[in-house]
Design a protein around this ligand. Structure first.
Ligand code: NAD
Length: 363
């Protein structure tokens, strides 16, 4: 079989779905690899590095003919339509978000594996792109906050007197939030975090953060959070609004799967914050945790900066790609057997990830 990788064409996307490292692994597994010229350039992987790793580097048309296409974001409908019929395509495909793409996937009878759909079981951990990319995003969100803050993060004792450490609050302590807590801690800030899943208390504390108890607990199914009731939300908001008056930096990461980001920080809460405070809203991608967030923009309100950066993982393209590419190699290994494509639909990781869903009979 042949695995192909195109240059990502989405604006601002610097990651790549194959690195020279994983290219070697595919080749060792008996698979041919074709890479479009410049595919790794924005992530600092050169065409020569792919050639040395055993890939054929050439133009896009050569890649369209591959049996398996690996990507970060989905190619456009025209590209999907030019793929080999029945080819597999793996990546963050978001198939429902674009009718033309969904149609092209159907028409070419592609085996589309949107990795957003991968079940988050123990066996799937090494393939979990949401987790690996959230780690980079949480890290970069804190750096963005530190960059925009008019303060030091650490406590300093200097000849010009003592500087108090910044108080950083991380909202949501999933994968991104925990990495944000760890990063803010390494920079010397006083860090607090909160989440509606009670088990996060221990995780926050083990990173040296303080758990901010807002009196709401909402564990949902599959280890995720559920949406809050109106009463729970009101209580959370009252306590949070009070607390935010003493915080210098807020990093928002709260999400509920398949739903818009929960609105946690209201405009009134931001108005109550000290001038010079910074809110970085990682949830901007799904609408934002803060009412004032404008996805992709940075605004100011009463001296408080509110940033809604998009695709932060792409800003750490080298390591984000390394993790992403390993995730994809591990996933593709489920259906690349002795160098050939062979789907075992009894494997729930394949059966539950493929889109459109397979009915048991069709499988
Ligand atoms: P996510 O991106 O969906 O959500 C981020 C966080 O926001 C979650 O911790 C959630 O509880 C929190 N949140 C939601 N509503 C909130 C609210 N109103 N207020 C405060 N916080 C709120 O989640 P994620 O980071 O992708 O994963 C969540 C958890 O699932 C992780 O902590 C992880 O332990 C677990 N997980 C398990 C596996 C696995 O076992 N294979 C893989 C990935 C994640």
């Amino acid at each position: 079989a042949t695995v192909g990788v195109l240059r990502e064409r989405a604006p601002g996307e610097c990651r790549v779905a194959l690195t020279p490292e994983t290219c070697r692994k595919f080749v060792a597994a008996g698979v041919r690899v074709r890479v479009e010229e410049g595919a790794g350039e924005a992530a600092a992987f050169t065409d020569d590095a792919y050639r040395e790793a055993g890939a054929e580097v050439g133009d896009a048309a050569r890649v369209h003919d591959a049996d398996v296409l690996l990507c970060v974001q989905a190619p456009d409908a025209a590209t999907l339509s030019s793929l080999r019929e029945g080819a597999a395509i793996v990546g963050l495909l978001a198939p429902q978000s674009d009718d033309a793409r969904a149609q092209a996937i159907g028409e070419r009878r592609l085996h589309a594996f949107p990795l957003e759909r991968l079940p988050r079981t123990t066996r799937a951990q090494s393939m979990d792109v949401l987790s690996s990319q959230a780690g980079m995003a949480g890290y970069k969100a804190v750096l963005e906050a530190a960059q925009r803050a008019p303060r030091f993060f650490p406590m300093l004792t200097t000849a010009a007197g003592t500087i108090r450490p910044s108080k950083v609050l991380v909202v949501g302590a999933g994968v991104a939030g925990l990495q944000a807590i760890a990063t803010a801690k390494r920079l010397g800030a006083q860090v607090e975090g909160f989440d509606v899943r009670p088990e996060t208390r221990e995780q926050i504390e083990s990173l040296g953060g303080r758990f901010l108890d807002l009196g709401v607990s909402a564990a949902g199914e599959g280890g995720y959070a559920r949406a809050l009731t109106d009463d729970e939300r009101a209580e959370q908001q009252r306590r949070l609004g009070e607390h935010l008056k003493s915080v210098d930096v807020v990093v928002c990461t709260a999400a509920v799967p398949g739903r818009p980001a929960p609105r946690i920080i209201t405009a009134a809460m931001v108005a109550g914050m000290k001038p010079g405070s910074v809110v970085v809203d990682l949830a901007a991608e799904t609408g934002g945790n803060c009412e004032l967030t404008r996805p992709g923009e940075t605004t100011q309100s009463n001296g408080v900066v509110v940033a809604g950066p998009l695709n932060l993982a792409s800003r750490g393209a080298v390591h984000a790609s390394e993790m992403y590419a390993r995730n994809l190699f591990n996933f593709a290994s489920l259906f690349l057997v002795d160098g050939q494509v062979a789907f075992n639909w009894d494997d729930e990781l394949l059966a539950k990830t493929v889109w459109p869903e397979r009915s048991p009979a069709a499988a």
